[in-house]
Every structure is written in C-alpha cells, then in structure tokens.
Ligand binder design. Structure first.
Ligand code: ACM
Ligand code: ZN
Length: 764
C-alpha cells in the first residue's frame, strides 16, 4: 500500500515523485543492502574503494583456501582480484577469527572505513559470512564502492536450508555447485538433497549396479500438468545419476562454503525406481516400472521382508561414507499402506512384533532404520508422517504438511525443522498471472514466504528451543530446465534466507524489497534466471460502507503509477490513474498496469468481474470452511470474482469432511433466471466433488423448494454448474453440496477427509 498513500491525482503525483526521489537518494547514501538483513548495522559516512594496492590480509587461524574461495566469488561478481598477503598495506581487507570477542556461533563483526575492511568471525563460518556481506556490498554498484559501516551480525536459526528434488528432474553436479554458491551468498547453511524417489534413483551405490542401469532411468515423462487428462507422454528415456566421485566433490565444495549436505534416501514409500531394479523388495514382487508421472504410488518397500532392511542398510553404508552430516534424511512421507495390508510377510511382521496396525508397522520400519543409523553415529530426520504410529526416540521432524507435526514433535521434545507447504514450497506459483510457467499448483507469492514465522505461537519458550530452523523445498516435477528451476527458487529463497537468519524485529517486507531490487545485478553476474514479478499488480476485494463490492489494486514498486481501464482496452499513460478502490457496480474486466518514468513495468493485470444479483449480498454458512480455504467473510462467495486453478488464490471456500450449505439473502423477492456455481475437483490435492449438489429457493427463508440437483462432475479441474430456471421468484437461495466424506482406498490421501471446494455462487 505504500504507493497508494501518495497518489491523489496525476498532477500531484508528479511533484510527489520528485520529493520521494530526493528522499530515496538520501536514504541510499551509505545504504547497507545486505540480504539477510544484519542484526545491527550502522553507517559511518565513509566509503572504501578497492584499488590496485588492495590486499587480503589473513591473520590468526583464517585459512588460505577460505580466502581463495572469497576471491573467486568476488572476481566473478566484480572483476576485482586483490592478492593475499600477511602484511598490511595502505588499502586492505583484514580477516580474523576471535571467538572471545564475537560471542555468537557463525557471527561476525564487520568494520569498513576509507582505508580498510575488517572482518572478525567467531569461527570460520563467521568470517565466511562477513565476506558474503562484503561481496553483496561491493557487487551492487559499478565502481564497487563499499559503504563505511559497523555491522554486528549473527543468525537467528542454526538450520537454514533449501531442499532440492533431483529425482523428478535431474540437475548436474556442476549445476548443483552453482546453486550452492548462490545459497552461500545468502547465508544458507544446509542443502537437503532429495536423491531418490519413484521417478529415478540418482546416487551411485556400487553394491547395487541395477540402481544405476535401471532405477536411474524412466521410459518417458508426462507432458503438461498431471491434472490434465488423458495423460500424454514424451516417449523419451530420461535419467541420470551422480557418481560417488561427483557426490564427494559436491559435498566438499559445499563444506568449503559452510553448507552441510543432508542426503535423503526415501523409505518406505516413494520407492518405485528402486523396486523396478530390485522387485523382490516390494510386497508383490513386481514387475514394477520407474514412474513416468507424478504422484503417490501404492507399491512401497515390503516391511516384512528382511531383504528390504539388508538392502537399505547396504545403501546407507555407502551413503554414510559420502556424507559426513550428523543427519541422514530417511523420507517417511506419503507411504500408502494397502500393499502391507494384504502382504503375508508384512502381516506376519505385525503379528511377530505385536503391531496393531500398518501405521505401527511404518513406525517399526523407521525405528529399525534409526537404530541402524544411530549405531553408526548418525541421527535420522524425516517428514512429519514419521509421527504416525509413534515417533522414534531421537528423530528430528521436518514439518511439511503444516505446522501441526512440528508443534507435536517440539512438545515431545524432538527437534524440528519447519517446512510447511503453504509457506515454503517453491513449486507453488509465485504469481496469479495466467502466463506463469507451468507449476505444481497453489499460490505462494514472495510476500507470503517472507511473512512466515517459524516459531509457532502455541509453543512456550522451552518448546520453541526445539525449532532448529526453517527450510524451503524445491520439488522438480515441472522444472525440466535450469531456467525454470531458478525462476522458482529465486528470489523466493532470499526471503527464506532472511526469515532464517535475521532477527524477527529486523524483518520488514518493504525494506527487504528495497534490498532485493539491488540483488539483480548480482544475479546477472551469477547467471541466475531469477523471477522478477513481485512488484506487479495484485488485488484484494473489499466492501464499502454501503455494502458495495470494491476491488483494490496494489503494487510495491516505488514511484509506480497504476493506470487502469474497465472497458476491455489496454491500460496506458492516458487511461485513468488508479488512486482508490474501484466500486463494482456492473460486470466488467479490470485491466491495469504499473508505470514508472512513463514506461510500463511488468505484465498487464486483468481480472474479470461478474455482476449478478447476489453480489455483495449477505451469505450464511451452516458449516465452517477449513482454515486453509477460508476467505474470511462468507460474502466472498458472491464477490463477482471466481476462484482460479490456483486453488489457494484466496477465493475458494473449502469444506473439510463437511457439507457446503450456503444461504444468500437477496433482500427482496425477485425473478430468478439462473443459479450457478463452480466446484474444483482435484483428487491429487484431496479436493473432491460433492456426491450431490443442489439448489433451493424460498420466499420466506423457512420453506425451500429444490430447483436443481447434480451428481456427476466430469471435469478434472473447475466444474462450472449453471441451472436455468423458469417462472421462479425467490428472496433466499440455498446451495447444498454433500461432502464425499472420507477419501476412498487407492486414492491420494486415502482415509483422510475430502475437501469440497466451491467458489462464486451466481444468481441472475
Ligand atoms: C513432501 O512434500 N511429500 C514431503
Ligand atoms: Zn510386504
């Protein structure tokens, strides 16, 4: 909203621009554009310039290879090449380690004046992070001037992570190293490498050659989104894996940049690729096929067969040799239980071990692997489903399905890494504009990831200590190129980095954006294809005091001016300037674009608004919508705007296991020609059509007559329902949708409550 405050008319805008530009010039002098925001930073008015005499002065324990890594990054971004020296000169950068004067682990003190830069780390990591701050400051301007300052800095969380799935799409070891460089620049210290899954096994295991020749490949790959039926495939064999030498190199490369790599070997689910190579490890014995499309598959490792544990322990032995990390990720998520339910070996295991159900069998599986890893001096980390059937004693939980798993684990005094899907899954769309590259689904704009607070408010201060940190996850189903992957990672990873490093008090989105805009020259030097859509126009819907529906437009672009139209034409410099919410009193298409210096910035915003009899009218819901799918005011069901394929775009109402029962009061008896609504059917997101949808009308709000009913919803996506009515007069409209209830066996999320999603009830 920062922009709107200032824009009253186009004439005033001109002079205000002038004032703001002057202010921002003052603010930018000595600006410390560092991401993540340092703990404490004070400009001192001086400036350090690199020159031909600049040397890198190493004192005490600072090792030369650390200095060389810095020099190569500095050179890449600035073309500068200071030499390493043990003698001071007239212009130097001095590095030192002093754990006494710098109290915080990974922390550093950074002092810049005219002649020198001094970086003192608590430890080697602290020195490294001071150097990353220096690279950011020097990299942002053409002359690489470093603003004079004193910075005291240290991280809020010890665990600051990014996950990457290399099974669905493979990225080379060299590519991984480039991303590690970028993560290190923003003080991320953990890379969670998701190495095995249904669609490909990506790590060489010498004892099991078929993991390389068979499991590392799939016959073909799904084209387009998996919700689009029928599925179409590309017919191209796809795959690849990292040799152990490559893995060693990547682990070393990361360690030199203070990044720990945690390998993930998935079990007991997401095992199709391994089963294809070694079918005896599945309950049915196969044959199996490395998956060619995305989802959750019912064939998993057999928990009753000892060969499964022999195989996994052999695999882990080789993994442990390659990865020195304290934690080994063993997956644990999304393991359907139907094969175990009918497998004689699994059932015998349950009887022998006194396990009451298949959830306890999963817990047995994880605990058995945990004991093995503990015996080798390592600890397990797993997705929150490892809570099912009882958590193993030393497990660390990665809370992804929401915050619940993390909260439960912290209350049981288990360590937790927060990665809740709705806040930190970078496979979600970052923009609602329809021409975004294909993504898994969902909506996670930069602002939302930035807003995430990793310590749930329900935890007390003792329990909060179990929250080790936070991680963003990059699932690669739709990321079939480096460019697409980077578009999803950056800049959202920088928001996560700030959440993970900076103190809660230091986090401010508008301030973050002003520092973020200055990272783009660095991205360019690093060859990173970062998205740049965060300043584009977004909208919200409101109501004015007369009950009329309003659409608010907003852009975070400083000095941006929004021009709009409502007649279908393109917005331009000569169409009206937006300065206040627009009242919706007829059906229209709002188009808008943001301009700066008379140039359009970014894409044109477009939103179709339907104006029908129910818009703005009061709505009563009998059952509460689910937390994640609740726009708040029930009248958002009649706001003239339809929910899109991006199911968490803020328009859809979701009823978890409960029915939709909405009553709209039109205020007076009127002729009704049509009632309609939209239902979103996405079984892969646990979103189920109702078993019956019906429309009812009434003149008195007591006696209702049914005017329409529908039981089939053929579209895998948005089902548009329209019922034309004859000779119908009514004041009250009731829409009833009967929830499917529990998701049936064999479907994604079997046994959980089905979500019934509806948006916009139309009355004409
Ligand atoms: C996950 O997203 N299945 C951990
Ligand atoms: Zn079995």
């Amino acid at each position: 909203m920062q922009m709107k405050r200032f824009i009253f008319s186009s004439i005033l805008v001109f002079s205000i621009h002038f004032i703001l530009a002057a202010q921002s010039h003052i603010a930018s002098k000595g600006d410390l554009n560092i991401i993540p925001k340092p703990f404490k930073a004070t400009p001192n008015g001086s400036t350090f310039h690199f020159n031909k005499k600049t040397v890198l002065l190493l004192s005490g324990d600072v090792d030369k290879s650390a200095a060389q890594i810095f020099l190569s990054s500095l050179h890449l971004i600035t073309n500068l090449s200071p030499s390493i020296s043990h003698k001071a000169s007239s212009n130097f950068i001095r590095l030192a380690i002093d754990s006494n004067s710098i109290p915080y682990s990974e922390g550093y003190l950074f002092v810049v004046d005219e002649k020198h830069v001094s970086i003192t780390g608590h430890d080697a990591a602290g020195v490294f992070y001071g150097l990353q701050s220096l690279i950011q400051l020097a990299g942002r301007t053409i002359n690489h001037a470093v603003p004079g300052c004193i910075i005291e800095d240290h991280p809020r969380f010890a665990y600051r992570g990014m996950h990457l799935d290399v099974s669905r799409h493979f990225f080379t070891a060299d590519q991984i190293k480039k991303w590690i460089d970028v993560l290190a620049l923003y003080k991320i210290n953990t890379f969670h490498w998701h190495l095995t899954d249904d669609q490909g096994w990506r790590i060489e295991i010498k004892r099991y050659p078929r993991l390389q020749s068979v499991a590392a490949y799939r016959n073909e790959t799904l084209v387009g989104h998996k919700k689009d039926l029928p599925h179409i495939f590309d017919g191209q064999r796809y795959g690849g894996y990292y040799t152990q030498d490559e893995v060693r190199q990547v682990v070393k490369y990361a360690a030199e940049r203070h990044i720990t790599i945690i390998p993930e070997i998935e079990m007991p689910g997401h095992a199709m690729a391994a089963l294809t190579a070694y079918p005896n490890l599945g309950c049915t014995g196969g044959p199996y096929q490395t998956a060619t499309y995305w989802g959750v598959f019912s064939d998993v490792y057999c928990a009753g067969n000892n060969a499964t544990f022999v195989f996994l322990q052999d695999v882990l032995d080789e993994v442990l040799n390659l990865f020195p990390s304290k934690y080994i990720h063993i997956g644990g998520d999304e393991c359907p239980k139907q094969r175990w339910h009918t497998c004689p070996k699994c059932q015998k295991r349950m009887a022998d071990e006194n396990l009451k159900d298949e959830s306890e069998l999963q817990s047995y599986f994880i605990k058995r692997i945990e004991r093995y890893l503990n015996s080798k001096g390592r600890q397990i980390i797993g997705w929150d489903e490892i809570l099912e059937g009882g958590l193993s004693p030393g497990a660390t939980v990665m809370s992804w399905t929401g915050e619940k798993g993390g909260i439960a684990a912290a209350k049981q005094q288990h360590q937790v890494v927060m990665t809740p899907e709705k806040y930190v899954y970078l496979d979600y769309y970052q923009s609602l504009y329809p021409d975004e590259q294909l993504a898994a689904g969902g909506y996670l704009p930069l602002k939302k990831i930035y807003s995430y607070e990793p310590i749930p408010s329900v935890l007390d201060s003792t329990q909060s200590k179990y929250i080790l940190g936070v991680q963003a996850n990059v699932w690669s189903e739709y990321l079939d190129s480096k460019q697409k992957a980077e578009y999803m990672m950056f800049p959202r990873m920088l928001a996560l980095a700030e959440t993970a490093w900076s103190s809660k008090e230091n986090r401010d989105y508008i301030d973050f954006l002003s520092r973020l805009r200055q990272q783009y020259p660095l991205f360019k030097k690093l060859g990173i294809h970062a998205a740049n859509v965060f300043d584009e126009i977004t909208y919200t819907i409101g109501k004015n005091p007369n009950g009329k529906t309003l659409i608010n437009l907003d852009s975070t672009l400083p000095h941006g001016v929004i021009h709009y139209t409502t007649n279908g034409t393109a917005p331009g410099l000569y169409t009206p300037v937006y300065h206040d919410a627009l009242v919706i009193d007829k059906g229209e298409i709002v188009k808008a674009a943001v301009f700066k210096n008379d140039q359009q910035q970014g894409r044109t915003f477009q939103k179709r608004i339907s104006f029908h009899k129910a818009v703005g009218k009061p709505v009563t819901l009998t059952f509460q919508p689910a937390e994640n799918y609740n726009p708040g005011d029930p009248s958002a069901l009649v706001n003239g705007i339809e929910g899109s394929n991006l199911y968490n775009d803020g328009q859809w109402f979701g009823f978890s296991g409960a029915n939709l029962e909405a009553v709209i009061d039109l205020g007076s008896v009127q002729k009704i020609n049509l009632i309609g609504t939209n239902v979103l059917k996405y079984h892969w997101q646990r979103m189920w059509e109702p078993t019956e949808l019906s429309f009812w009308v009434s003149s008195d709000g007591t006696n209702y007559t049914q005017v329409y009913s529908q039981k089939d919803f053929a579209i895998n996506g948005i089902n548009i329902i329209k019922a034309s009515l004859k000779d119908t007069q009514a004041r009250y409209i009731k829409v009833v949708g009967i929830n499917k209830g529990i998701i049936p066996e064999g479907e994604y999320g079997a046994g959980a409550k089905a979500m019934l999603l509806v948006d916009e009830i139309f009355v004409y």
